[in-house]
Design a protein around this ligand. Structure first.
Ligand SMILES: *Cc1c(COP(=O)(O)O)cnc(C)c1O
Length: 453
């Protein structure tokens, strides 16, 4: 047995054993200790075992315990045991997923995962998939395919000619569009600020009736799972408005798309299958290690044309080289963990993961409401927004909860209201984690209230 890898496995295993009981945010002394890393790069080589020991001693305590069950910040999944173990094995493989030739196994796993993913996410069987770093790049990649397809119809080859002099594309988004989608539009030369924003309701859902009439080449971006409320745009109504217009419908479903994997929540995703492209994360709700996102495009040719590094696009019947569907060339074999996660969970385990997280979110909402606190959103998924009174009081509760260490919840501003955001997205969260976290939040809210905050 390789002693260094054995040592790494032991340390990783020890880390996971203690992370569930540890405080979630590192103590200030642990953050202070990070300064010990800041040494000038020495001349002589150092024994790898000593390097690992140093990393563990200084690095492990300064992690956020998001691998445990009580981190509810942003939308953050953990790592399923099978996905983590596969990741360790794949690190030893050190495969370059660029070409089938460089990594037959990763090309094969991508092919296997494609129909599995399309099926659990309820997407059309003809859609092609790209394995990217996260939903930001998935949005970017899908919108590049959209840009290609819309301009090609007008006789403009955007990959070779660029956007200077091209027919303008109208981009329509909801008023609560995720910043990553705007960033992707900026990277693509479509502009962050030239979007047309459609008004939304109190849950952040686009009002389909108020969408402008479609004229000329148009991309419409809707959301499956608002990052604050978890709400879904009315896909059916929007798709109906777009029928026959030639507009490209894109879905940012970073976490919400996974609702389709649960028979009890699939109704939330009705209509999304009519879109032309979809972006989602695997590192959020599928609970694989970072970084891992997925892009799906109905028109495989458009995706391939936008992402190919040469004008010679993929011909039918040729091998499926993974780089033909993503921005990168050399990259890690992300399908490994996605395959392991799906293979270990099965359809039933995946549905149970989604349902358990949603039920825990509902429990947070019920308990906090019962104690007199205001829940600002309809808890349809895994997201809960809570106000503790004034903006100052809410900010004080959020800061004190993070400081307390029992759990970790972030702050947000939802349509002008300061709130605590609780996102339940990890396989590791248990009933006990929710009970302990509710108790800590209520205790802290009471302390803030009695201190007059
Ligand atoms: C998290 C999120 C993104 C960005 O995903 P990354 O994985 O951070 O790139 C985009 N859209 C929504 C709705 C999200 O929740």
């Amino acid at each position: 047995m390789n002693p260094l890898l054995q040592d790494a496995a032991n340390r990783a295993s020890h880390y996971l054993d203690q992370v569930r009981e540890r405080r979630v945010a590192p103590a200030s002394s642990d953050l202070e200790a990070l300064k010990k890393l800041a040494v000038p790069l020495q001349g002589p080589s150092i024994d790898p075992a000593q390097v690992l020991a140093e990393l563990d001693a200084i690095g492990s305590p300064a992690t956020i315990a998001s691998a445990g069950g009580r981190f509810f910040g942003f939308v953050t999944g953990g790592s399923l045991p099978a996905a983590l173990a596969a990741n360790v094995l794949a690190a030893a493989w050190d495969q370059n997923a660029v070409l089938e030739l460089c990594s037959p196994v990763s090309a094969a796993l991508e092919k296997v995962c494609r129909p599995w993913l399309l099926s659990v996410l309820g997407l059309p069987a003809e859609a092609e998939v790209g394995f990217v770093t996260g939903a930001t790049m998935a949005n970017f990649t899908a919108l590049a395919a959209a840009r290609h397809a819309l301009l090609e119809k007008l006789g403009w080859d955007v990959e070779s000619q660029g956007l200077f002099g091209a027919p303008p594309i109208t981009v329509i988004v909801g008023g609560e569009v995720h910043v990553s989608l705007l960033k992707a539009l900026g990277l693509l030369g479509l502009g962050r600020d030239r979007v047309v924003r459609v008004p939304v309701d109190g849950q952040g859902r686009m009002n389909a009736e108020r969408m402008p009439a479609i004229e000329g080449p148009t991309i419409v971006c809707i959301q499956a799972g608002n990052v604050n409320t978890g709400a879904f745009d009315p896909a059916d109504a929007i798709a109906a408005r777009l029928r026959g217009t030639g507009a490209w419908l894109h879905v940012d479903g970073a976490f919400g798309l996974w609702a389709a994997a649960s028979p009890g929540r699939r109704h939330l995703t009705v209509g999304l299958e009519q879109a032309d492209s979809w972006a989602t994360d695997a590192h959020k709700w599928l609970n694989v290690p970072y970084d891992s996102g997925l892009v799906f495009v109905r028109d495989a040719g458009a995706l391939n044309a936008a992402m190919s590094s040469s004008a010679a696009y993929l011909g039918a019947g040729e091998s499926r080289d993974p780089h033909l569907f993503v921005p990168e060339m050399s990259r890690r074999a992300r399908a490994v963990e996605i395959w392991a996660a799906l293979r270990s969970l099965g359809r039933d385990g995946l549905a149970q993961l989604i349902d358990r997280n949603c039920e825990h979110a509902s429990r947070f909402a019920v308990e906090l409401r019962k104690a007199g606190h205001e829940v600002l959103n309809d808890v349809v998924l895994n997201q809960v927004l809570v106000s503790f009174g004034s903006p100052e009081a809410t900010r004080s509760v959020v800061a004190a909860v993070q400081q307390d260490g029992t759990c970790w919840c972030g702050g947000t501003v939802w349509q002008g209201r300061t709130a605590m955001r609780i996102s339940v997205s990890s396989w590791a969260t248990t009933d006990d984690d929710v009970d302990r976290s509710v108790a800590a939040i209520l205790r802290i809210a009471e302390q803030v209230r009695s201190a007059g905050g």
